[in-house]
Design a protein around this ligand. Structure first.
Ligand code: PGA
Length: 233
């Protein structure tokens, strides 16, 4: 089991002013990441200025700059001091966005990327490998990213894949990464996401080769999220 897992909450599209204030009160020592809706980014940065919590965005526009009403570009994130962005979450893929264009915008501005991959439904080992490799293939060579393995059928459903299944996915991602990153011999960091809570987190972490979690639903309850942190570190 990894000794200091990366733990990141994805607050999705939930009103989260009160949730952020609760995190500020509860989380004074443990480093965690919170991916907040765009309008809360600056508030969260100010709230967590003296805290171990870091703040990231949940997505970014495919466009660089200009007349694109309601969109938020990588340049804007950089301008307001946001250093990390989630790219390719299945809930954004569903809207038909150009994930590669978003990724290139984020990397072009020097943002750190958490890149999501994961099959939509339960499938055989070979099909799953091909699906993951195809999703990974949009990452440019020697690209520094954290990969979040999130089987779509596990997100928000309470269903966790078998540990052997998660480990196979980790192997596929590691092998792909090794073959496509000649300048970096370090293994890529891989998070697991999908129905993680305070009850299952320790076992999933201890039985698999992941480096941490990307947590949706449970991250809306700061006390519960802090329990996850306590159980995993
Ligand atoms: P969940 O979401 O923890 O609610 O399953 C995970 C995610 O979408 O990142």
């Amino acid at each position: 089991m990894t000794s200091n897992p990366i733990i990141i909450g994805n607050l999705k599209m939930h009103p989260c002013g009160d949730i952020l204030r609760e995190y500020q009160a509860l989380c004074q020592k443990e480093s965690i990441g919170l991916l907040v809706p765009h309008p809360y980014l600056m508030m969260a940065q100010a709230l967590f200025q003296d805290s171990p919590i870091w703040v990231g965005a949940q997505g970014v526009s495919e466009k660089d700059v200009g007349a694109y009403t309601a969109q938020v570009s990588a340049k804007i994130l950089k301008d307001i001091g946001v250093a990390t962005v989630l790219i390719g979450h299945s809930e954004t893929r569903m809207t038909g966005v150009d994930v590669k264009a978003q990724l290139m915008q984020a990397l072009g501005e020097g943002l750190s990327v958490i890149f999501c991959v994961g099959e939509e439904q339960l499938m055989g080992q070979k099909e799953r490998r091909l699906c993951l490799e195809q999703q990974l293939s949009i990452l440019p060579e020697n690209c520094n990213a954290v990969i979040a393995y999130e089987p779509v059928w596990s997100i928000g459903t309470g269903k966790i894949p078998k540990y052997s299944h998660i480990n196979e996915a980790v192997d596929v991602i590691q092998s792909w990464y090794k073959a496509n990153n000649t300048s970096n011999s370090e293994p890529v960091k891989i998070l697991y996401g999908g129905s993680i809570d305070n009850k299952n987190c320790r076992e999933v972490l201890s039985q698999t080769n992941i480096d941490g979690f990307l947590i949706g639903g449970a991250s809306l309850k700061p006390a519960l999220m802090m329990e996850v942190v306590k159980k995993c570190r």
